[in-house]
Design a protein around this ligand. Structure first.
Ligand code: SAM
Length: 216
């Protein structure tokens, strides 16, 4: 099945080898299934909290087992309790959930695994500014970041690690390409959003200023 541009962008960020790749909040497992082919030497873990989804996914994977070369595991559980494999290289992907939940999950994983290297690819639905500020506070650095437009909505894909030295900018840095009309549209929408918040809540002028700074 063809991946959406958002999931395809995430998949294309997986260029290094990882012993374990965790497709968290995987739903029907589209991303993980694509990773089975692109990363055949990794163990691909499918993780979601909905039992029926995981039962169905597991039976689909078993049905096609002869065509799948990579190892995989299905976990019906809360991502907050992710059983990372210590002493091995893990990549944790969390996409398609709201910024508040995403940060709650990253924080829980970090608290339980404070002694190991942690590398994430994250793609929240909304609240990117808050997500970035929380990641900075948790001590993560940037590997790469990309803006994606899908079905008229914009997403930010963040590849981060607790070993990366490059700071994460609260309003993004490397991802902006203002010669791209989609990026202009996204920045304009974001600035308008914070300007409206400023009027309604009288508290976010600093955020608007930071986004306006990208234009200069
Ligand atoms: C919209 S789907 C995202 C699917 C896919 N990752 C994507 O980006 O298209 C969100 C999924 O997150 C799962 N989910 C929400 N909270 C979770 C948690 N704490 N632990 C595991 N899965 C969770 C839901 O069951 C749902 O299947």
């Amino acid at each position: 099945m063809k991946l959406s541009s958002r999931l395809d962008t995430i998949k294309n960020k997986v260029t290094d080898h990882y012993d374990h790749i965790w497709d968290c909040c995987c739903d029907h497992g589209q991303l993980g299934v694509a990773l089975l082919s692109s990363q055949p030497k990794s163990v691909i873990h499918f993780v979601d909290v909905v039992d029926e989804l995981m039962v169905d996914l597991e039976s689909q994977l078993q049905k096609h087992a002869s065509a799948i070369q990579s190892q995989w595991q299905v976990h019906c559980m809360d991502v907050a309790n992710l059983p990372l494999v210590k002493g091995k290289k893990n990549l944790i992907i969390i996409a398609g959930v709201g910024g508040d939940l995403l940060i709650e999950l990253v924080r829980s994983i970090q608290t339980r695994n404070s002694d190991i290297e942690l590398e994430f690819i994250l793609c929240p639905v909304l609240h990117n500014y808050m997500v970035r500020c929380e990641l900075v506070e948790m001590g993560f650095g940037l590997i790469s970041e990309t803006v994606v437009k899908e079905n008229k909505r914009f997403y930010e894909v963040l590849h981060i690690s607790n070993q990366a030295a490059k700071p994460i900018a609260p309003v993004g840095s490397d991802m902006w390409n203002l010669s791209d009309s989609d990026h202009q549209e996204y920045l304009k929408k974001t600035i308008s959003h914070y300007q409206r918040m400023e009027v309604n809540l009288k508290c976010t002028s600093r955020v608007t200023e930071l986004y306006l700074g990208i234009l200069n």
